[in-house]
Write a protein that binds this ligand. Sequence first.
Ligand SMILES: Nc1ncnc2c1ncn2[C@@H]1O[C@H](COP(=O)(O)OP(=O)(O)O)[C@@H](O)[C@H]1O
Ligand SMILES: O=C(O)C1=C[C@@H](OP(=O)(O)O)[C@@H](O)[C@H](O)C1
Ligand SMILES: [Mg+2]
Length: 174
Amino acid sequence: MKNIFLVGMPSSGKSTLGRQLAKAIGYKFVDMDELIERHENQTIPEIFKWNGENHFREIESKILKQFSPNQKLVIATGGGVPCFFDNMDFIKANGISVFLNVQPEDLFKRIKLSDANNRPLINKSSGNQALFEDLKKRYQTRLPFYMRADIKIDGNIEVQQLLWLLDEINEKQS
Ligand SMILES: Nc1ncnc2c1ncn2[C@@H]1O[C@H](COP(=O)(O)OP(=O)(O)O)[C@@H](O)[C@H]1O
Ligand SMILES: O=C(O)C1=C[C@@H](OP(=O)(O)O)[C@@H](O)[C@H](O)C1
Ligand SMILES: [Mg+2]
């Protein structure tokens, strides 16, 4: 079975669901953001601050292209991965892609609930209205890229729906 790439907005659950999915199907889980941090020996906010977004995007694309199709991996991509360079072409050619579709209203709630403040593109201190507007705009801009995924699912899925997702993946591959 091919590698599985999870794509979607920040806070759509790629890392959370990716771990569960990998465990359920006996795959290894990898988080691209963690690979990038290890490669650069810096946190994501530090990379953005000291080297800029362009550098981050280049490293991100380089890390992506090191995957080969049949490594038995579930890969949580960063939210921007499908939207830069030919990354989405690579993903489609080298694995099964799953878009976790979570609406801006729900993303907003998740981001507000979480203590984490490690996403340089999401300014939690900018005020609720500005944060929500930014999420809506980013979601609309990115949607066409995410929609190229092989499978699109509502990101608010329950654990039992994971089984449906697995069936769907198997069908795509048979
Ligand atoms: N299905 C879900 N329903 C509600 N909250 C979720 C769900 N999946 C993840 N979360 C919460 O959303 C936040 C971001 O999840 P995460 O997996 O880090 O997203 P991503 O990797 O897509 O940025 C976390 O606080 C997590 O607990
Ligand atoms: O949406 C984006 O452009 C980004 C999302 C982040 O990953 P998550 O989607 O896991 O938050 C991380 O790669 C970086 O902060 C940029
Ligand atoms: Mg993540």
